[in-house]
Design a protein around this ligand. Sequence first.
Ligand code: GLN
Length: 553
Amino acid sequence: MPTKYIFVTGGVVSSIGKGICVASIGRILKSQGLSVTVAKLDPYLNVDPGTMSPYQHGEVFVTKDGGETDLDLGHYERFIDVELTRDSNVTAGQAYLELITRERRGDFLGGTIQTVPHLTNEIKDRLISLAEKSEADVVIVEVGGTVGDIEGLPFLEAIRQMRNTVGRNNVFYMHLTLLPYISASEELKTKPTQHSVKELRSIGIQPDALICRSDTEITRSIQEKLSLFCDVETEAVFPMPTVGNVYEVPLIMEEFGLGSFLSQSLNLGGKRELREWYDLVNRMNSAERVVPIAIVGKYVEYPDSYMSVREALRHAAASCGLRAEVRWVHSEAVERDGPDEYLKDVCGIVVPGGFGPRGVEGMVETSRYARDKEVPYLGLCLGMQVMVIDWARDVAGLRRANSSELDPDTEHPVIDIMHGQRGITDLGGTMRLGQYPCRPQSNTQMAQAYGSGWSEINERHRHRYEVNNRYRESLEASGMVMSGLSPDGELVEAAEVPNHPFMVGVQFHPEFRSRPNRPHPLFCALMGQAGNTVREGKQLPFNRSGWWSFSTQ
Ligand code: GLN
């Protein structure tokens, strides 16, 4: 079978869940035995989101090969249960950089370089090469932004050309829009969708199907109206109501027949089997016991910054028959008011990754609180570093210990820049990135979490600083356990506090490898311990109104 391409564009407004829809389509197709890969085309000029603020872009998702990518890749990996690479995220910045580098080298000598065909060819080549390398039956391509954006035009032109390049029977165009509800007239409006499709057609793309997001029911007459004005079969206008749990989306799509419509249109074989997914969603939705877990970070006003952490907590909770209720706690608020104010009612604490000094002292205090009060704690990257800093200051007697990232003049840089990283001044793509091996040390909480049979694990990294080997001896002499090491023993990959229900910090980001059907062992260990505290009834219900708190379901 030739590779099939499904292109998904967005219309009307952004942030209506295009990434989730693409991921869900992937899940449906995978469930019928097809191999699926996904690409996200991002029209911005940054080469990757690695240097962008979490406030602007949300989480930077790290692939196993060290790509710093859009958070939508996280949805794809979680829903489809695949491991993608950096090739799955193409930005305008990357395509331009490649072209201009070649131009400077003289590759085009004599030629004029143009958006069409040079830029569009570059984009198409990347998609075709992804298809070849992955050997996938189906490549789903999400075009970032909304139709009508100036910067998106080269991408739309490229996907328009793809129909001729790979054959029209191998291409399917899907357009995702919003039907706004007008309360005065109590109806859903189709006009913005009509305009968006008109815009798409003006650049030569006729959608084969529409996915229509709405907060209320989409009636048959609305489907018929859209069919008439947008020249799409009525059966190909798929409603997508707002749901409480994003993992329900593949099931809703299946219910509306999207899987069979795609299979017919692209001539795909196989029978879909979503039973397992259905059970999974059921397990998530039926879990009643709520476990409050604090995520203490400095970007908590914008929870997208911690997308994978939140999802990993949900996966782990569901696997223990629990429901994680994430409480977003600002580390600067902990600094200001003390940890008790925000943490006294939680059953577990996660301190996630981060960069720069703002709010870090609040995280160190959080770590101390978790240690003193025996609250289950998982530190992710910076969350591990603050745990080591707290221990160094409070237990190992290194009073002014710090990370040299946070205080370059610190007397005791227990966290310091790695040897090979000295002298690097570029910020983009220069960290220790991607998958590296780690050996859990025996008789540790870490080894227990992963279970026997894992003498070596591979986890994804994104950081510049490490535990300073000069201080390892004094940290260990005072009782801290270095529970995960690189195979050569040179790098501390995990540390933990002994005689604690669960207090583990890891230099890597386990959250990127958690799947709803395969929750990550470290998150499960945290959740298991947190769940015990709830079961023992030690915790009081949380009643602070207005604090960044909501159920993750
Ligand atoms: N800022 C720290 C470092 O670079 C931690 C990074 C992170 O948490 N991802 O090492």
